[in-house]
Structures are given as C-alpha cells and as structure tokens.
Unconditional design. Structure first.
Length: 191
C-alpha cells in the first residue's frame, strides 16, 4: 500500500537552494498564504504577519541580509523570485498568560507550524521553498519598516525549483527518535 497523499507531500518537500527566475503566479502564492493562515496556534492567537517581498530591488536588498560574504550560506536566496518574511505579532492574552505560566514560547511554535503549512502547500503547487533562519534581524526590520520592538520569526524563499527530484532525506531512524510510554535514557548522554 502506498504512503497516501500527505506522507508523499511530506517526503517530497525539501529545502530548495536553486530557483528559476520565473515569477510565482499570484493564485499559487495566495493558496500558500491561505494554508499558512489555516495553521493552528496556541489559543488561536495567530501571532503572525506575512510580508510578501517581490519587488526585485527590495528583494535583492533583503536577500543580502541573509548571507555573509565569507560564509557559504544562503547565497542562493537572491535567486528566489519571492521572499516571505514572518513577523511575530503579540499573542492574545490567553496565549501570553499560558506562555508565561508554562514557560513556553507559543508564538515561535505557532510560526513554525504556519511556515510548514506554507511550504507543504508550495510543494502541492509545484513550487519550492527554503526556510531561512539566518538573517540580520535588525536590518531586515529597518528595510521593511517593521517596528524595532517586534521580532522576525523566519524568512521563506519561494520559487520554481531548478532541480525537480527530492534529494535523499537524511533523517534519524524512527527507532532512534521514538520511544513508547517512558523516555529512553541515552547511554553516554543522559547516564
Ligand atoms: C527554523 C529553520 C531555519 C532554517 N534556516 C536555513 C537557512 O538559513 N539556510 C538554509 O539554507 N536552510 C535553512 N533551513 C533548512 C534546513 O537546513 C533543512 O530544513 C534541513 O537541513 C532538512 O532538509 P530538508 O528541508 O531538505 O528536508 C532552515 C530550516 C528551519 C526549520
């Protein structure tokens, strides 16, 4: 029996680090944003704003803020025709209370889920994405007019992938990452 549509989608999604310059059709982008909008969040707080950066000049400046000249990191971001910037908005009162009482960062968790909804829908649309966590936050905020007090959670590069085939996934095996009923202490790490 096959995996089913969702698992196939999850297997197919991979970080795309080479894009064609073709623009992303508006309706495809909208469906990705809609998938992100539908994501769950603590207390349904929806603590996010998605800035779609597709103005070529602005996008180039933004891409520059994700890489360092001397590090082989994120130089591909410039190729993507669209960059999404996820601004962390203040959570609602119940989520904030929950975060405080339980010492959890709910908004960051929420944003991660929304970002993955976006990326999975992109695969469905024949598009590629790469989440970008390495960026110069203060400069990104200044460039896009985001108030200094807010945080940028994540960027997502979006566009048509140059390479179709999903590379082999390097993942820890299930046996290593799952245990049943009780935590399995790891010899050499926990004991
Ligand atoms: C929070 C987060 C931040 C990331 N930041 C970057 C980044 O700055 N540059 C990059 O090339 N990939 C980045 N990635 C992509 C990961 O390297 C990638 O998801 C991981 O290696 C697994 O590969 P896959 O996405 O192809 O399955 C990020 C992923 C996540 C979830």
């Amino acid at each position: 029996m096959g995996d089913g549509a969702f698992l196939a989608l999850a297997r197919n999604r991979h970080s795309v680090r080479g894009y064609f310059p073709d623009p992303v059709p508006e309706e495809k982008l909208e469906r990705c944003l809609e998938a992100a909008r539908l994501a769950p969040s603590a207390c349904n707080s929806q603590p996010w704003t998605f800035i779609v950066v597709d103005d070529p000049e602005l996008k180039g400046l933004l891409a520059d803020l994700t890489s360092e000249r001397l590090l082989p990191l994120n130089h591909f971001v410039k190729q993507a025709p669209v960059l999404i910037v996820i601004v962390v908005e203040p959570a609602n009162l119940t989520s904030r209370l929950g975060s405080w009482i339980k010492n959890r960062d709910f908004p960051l968790i929420d944003i991660g889920i929304a970002a993955e909804h976006f990326c999975l829908q992109a695969v469905e649309e024949g598009l590629g994405t790469c989440m970008i966590g390495w960026f110069r936050e203060a400069e990104v905020k200044e460039l896009l007019g985001v108030p200094a007090a807010k945080r940028i959670g994540l960027l997502i590069a979006l566009g048509y992938p140059q390479f179709d085939a999903a590379p082999t996934k390097h993942r820890k095996p299930l046996e290593e990452t799952v245990c049943h009923n009780r935590y399995r202490l790891q010899p050499g790490k926990d004991v």
